[in-house]
Ligand binder design. Sequence first.
Ligand SMILES: Cc1cc2nc3c(=O)[nH]c(=O)nc-3n(C[C@H](O)[C@H](O)[C@H](O)COP(=O)(O)OP(=O)(O)OC[C@H]3O[C@@H](n4cnc5c(N)ncnc54)[C@H](O)[C@@H]3O)c2cc1C
Length: 458
Amino acid sequence: MPRTLVIGGGISGLSAAYYLAKGGAESTILESRPRLGGVIQTEKVEGCTLEAGPDSFLSAKPAALELIRDLGLAGDVIGSNDHLRVTFVRKNGRMVPLPDGLMMMVPTKILPLITTSLVGWGTKIRMGMELWRAPKPRAGDESVAEFVEEHYGKEAVDYLAEPLLSGVYGGDPRQLSVTSVLPRFVELANKYGSLTRGVLASRAQAKSNGPAPPLFRTLKGGLGQLVAAVTESIRGKTQVVQARAETVERTASGFRVKVNGDWLDAEHLVVACEAHSAAVLLCGVDARIAELLGGVGYSSSMVVALGFDAADFARPPVGFGFLVPKKERRRLVACTWIGTKFPHRVPEGKIVARCFLGGAGDAAALAESDEAILATVTSELQEIAGFSARPRFHRIFRWPRSMAQYPVGHPQQMAELETRVASIPGLHLAGNAYQGIGVPDCIRMGRAAAGKTLPSTH
Ligand SMILES: Cc1cc2nc3c(=O)[nH]c(=O)nc-3n(C[C@H](O)[C@H](O)[C@H](O)COP(=O)(O)OP(=O)(O)OC[C@H]3O[C@@H](n4cnc5c(N)ncnc54)[C@H](O)[C@@H]3O)c2cc1C
């Protein structure tokens, strides 16, 4: 009998299996897709490294780098080209650079704030005055929009918070929980009152610890390299079964999971699939757990990679890319020029745009044909970025219900879920529905789940 069954072979499940194997425990991964990695998938096309899902991870969260080092891939880590970092935001049909010194939506430099045309004078004055805001007790959770509006006004929500978060969550800042999505900012606001003062203070502290690392890191060959390295390192210690887990039941010694009509027994179960899938699996184990899991919303997104010959551009695109706020949006949510954002991704003579569609406001995009999507994205990109080149190749990746949404109240719901899960010996959850959506968060949760099942930790 395998001691631990891991349901879901995305980075959460793979990390659980990796740390189990590292701790000397065998496990079995059940994955319904024909490949491991979940939304992490890298393709090479005409010498370009295309990321179908995530393209990088935040340097500030250590779990990804720790796993990468453990796997012996430290030499392949690259940082974002921060010296070229300019992100544009579409405003009134024009491209306006995000002002220098902005940390998400928090301004930290006066001159760029005064001179930007991204926000009007009312917002600029309000952003400046925020510096004198005193700490004030807050009553529980609130939405990102309420939080940002209280500090910097509504325009900062529409032209900063909304477009910045749409790219990450594909969600609506009026629904998203600030405690879950921006926990660091909530901490700073509680301590300093002013977010700007809080960010400046923590920056000064970080500076005294040495030069700042690049904001994002990734692997030279793409994040698919991480999936390949984990898969290779668990070979022989982890069985991978390519099948969908159909249902879970409790037994005297743990659990049994139905797969292809047969039952697999396990003492421990790491459920690392999407929460909506976990809800279906666990309804026979605990109805309230299933209800809480089923209550986690997901948005659907789409990544469209367009490859061009650089010679077809009169002027190469400038900066990392652009964001389109909801107020200005037709279909395109954001675009990254990947050859500018990272080294090694795009060879000389080529330009690749990574475009995002879908999200909470446009889930229907996923049902459109490739031809329709290609035509829409190409013409919108040409109009927004101001060029007429035609793409020489394209790839379209659809991610239905893959990005968990953390609505107001999410922390309380998750606290209840955690307590409930802890009351069932051997049951563990990991994945982007719980305590962070990014790749490092998922690795951290997979590692924590493994830690709880290893005998030495009992
Ligand atoms: C387009 C996109 C871009 C992103 N960009 C970034 C980024 O740049 N940086 C970053 O840090 N994060 C990014 N994220 C978020 C991050 O990539 C994900 O949150 C994370 O990879 C999710 O990993 P996971 O293992 O929890 O889930 P998934 O990758 O969704 O894996 C879950 C797996 O479970 C399997 N499964 C489901 N049900 C069953 C079942 N019943 N039986 C067996 N298997 C099952 C699924 O097939 C899937 O493979 C992005 C996400 C998307 C979609």
